[in-house]
Design a protein around this ligand. Structure first.
Ligand code: RWZ
Length: 376
């Protein structure tokens, strides 16, 4: 389905095939890396494999490197004094032949990525030096940022965020930098114009919209694991609790606090929608169909997820996911910037329609949805 090309000219029936040869399958180490990708990301593995030629392999390795870093950050069984130096030197480990790590807890889902990391190192050392430098540079910046937040969390005894600025900074480290790195890789491999590598603000926003959507949707799961990414500046607003600020973020899960939870949820969603027009601007700069699909599909899925979460109390009870049929439709429709903008507009309308005038965010929601509508 991704083969059909209607990019920029949806009225015409132009088809351009993607190169479609998953590269590196002739080597045992690269086969292992594709296997690690399949293992750690159900949703991303398929879109990454559809990317043209060598860029797919580079993105696969980039993904695994950052997933490995994320696994170290996440693992609460690794003592602080072990975790700090690993996070801060991870970019060096990534180019140290034979390096691997067996110290993560047995319950860690992506433990295997660290155990088998020597395969990743071997393949990272094989890629074009310009692309490799991007991966190493992003791993260094992300590792440093994660270590700073982990250090702060260790001294408080819990990972939590106070201001929206802290939240934006955390998301910059774990997702905005992914956008920056991908832009530089698109340019370095010649798949996109060299100028895309300079659009760091738009690339950051694209990453933030995706990351924030996950943080909103996963609130319950993260709370159960005592990780709190929703910033106090949003959930603690007095106006969400009839003038009484929430003392603790877990108050959102308490019986009788449904209104407060709903308003905090819409406050978080309107904050994520702030990045939607930048993400659309970023999509519009892409020229390669396979790269476009890789960026646009996760974005339309995120927009659908924000619509699903909006005013949905079930989100506080259990994991919710968009329907398989909706996901399939979004994959088919996310072919060009105009279609993506229409999808965004339709979900913005759906959110706007369901906004409650009693919600303290009501005006904020109207403005955010109108901005998306204006763009489209
Ligand atoms: C897509 C090449 C798992 C790398 C970083 C991602 C760990 C926490 C998770 C590498 C969309 C959710 C996947 C925002 C990027 N950071 N955040 C490539 C990775 C959103 C993807 C996941 C981030 C990321």
């Amino acid at each position: 389905l991704l083969q059909y090309w209607a990019y920029h000219q949806p009225s015409r029936d132009i088809t351009a095939k993607t190169e479609h040869k998953t590269s590196g399958y002739d080597r045992e180490t690269m086969r292992k890396c594709w296997e690690l990708l399949d293992h750690s990301s159900r949703s991303f593995a398929s879109v990454i494999k559809e990317v043209d030629g060598d860029l797919a392999r580079v993105i696969c390795l980039f993904y695994i490197v950052l997933r490995a870093l994320d696994t170290v950050e996440d693992d609460m069984t690794i003592p602080e004094d072990v975790k700090q130096p690993i996070l801060r030197s991870f970019h060096e480990k990534t180019v140290t032949p034979g390096w691997h790590f067996t110290g993560s807890g047995p319950d860690e889902k992506d433990r295997v990525v660290l155990v088998e990391y020597a395969n990743v190192v071997e393949e990272v050392l094989r890629i074009d030096p310009e692309a490799r430098d991007v991966i190493v540079d992003i791993a260094r910046k992300m590792g440093t940022g994660m270590a700073d937040f982990a250090h702060n969390a260790a001294s408080k005894g819990v990972l939590s965020l106070d201001t929206i600025a802290d939240y934006d900074l955390y998301c910059h480290y774990v997702a905005g930098l992914v956008g920056e790195g991908l832009s530089r890789l698109f340019a370095a491999t010649g798949k996109e114009a060299a100028s895309i590598a300079t659009q760091l603000e738009l690339a950051n926003s694209t990453g933030l919209m995706l990351q924030k959507t996950n943080i909103i949707r996963d609130f319950r799961e993260d709370s159960d694991e005592r990780r709190f990414f929703w910033p106090r500046e949003i959930w603690g607003r007095a106006e969400y609790g009839a003038g009484v600020p929430a003392k603790d973020v877990t108050q959102l899960l308490a019986p009788g606090e449904e209104k407060r939870a709903a308003w905090a949820q819409s406050g978080m969603i309107v904050d994520a929608l702030r990045h939607a027009t930048d993400a659309l601007d970023y999509c519009r700069l892409l020229r390669n169909q396979s790269v476009f699909n890789f960026v646009a599909i996760p974005l339309t899925m995120a927009m659908a997820t924000l619509d699903l979460c909006f005013m949905n109390p079930a989100m506080f009870q259990r994991n919710i996911k968009i329907r398989k049929a909706t996901a399939a439709q979004l994959i088919m429709q996310s072919t060009n910037p105009r279609e993506v903008a229409c999808i965004f507009r339709d979900y913005a309308r759906s959110i706007h329609r369901r906004a409650d005038p009693a919600d303290p965010n009501f005006l904020r929601i109207s403005v955010a949805c109108a901005r998306i509508e204006q763009w489209a």
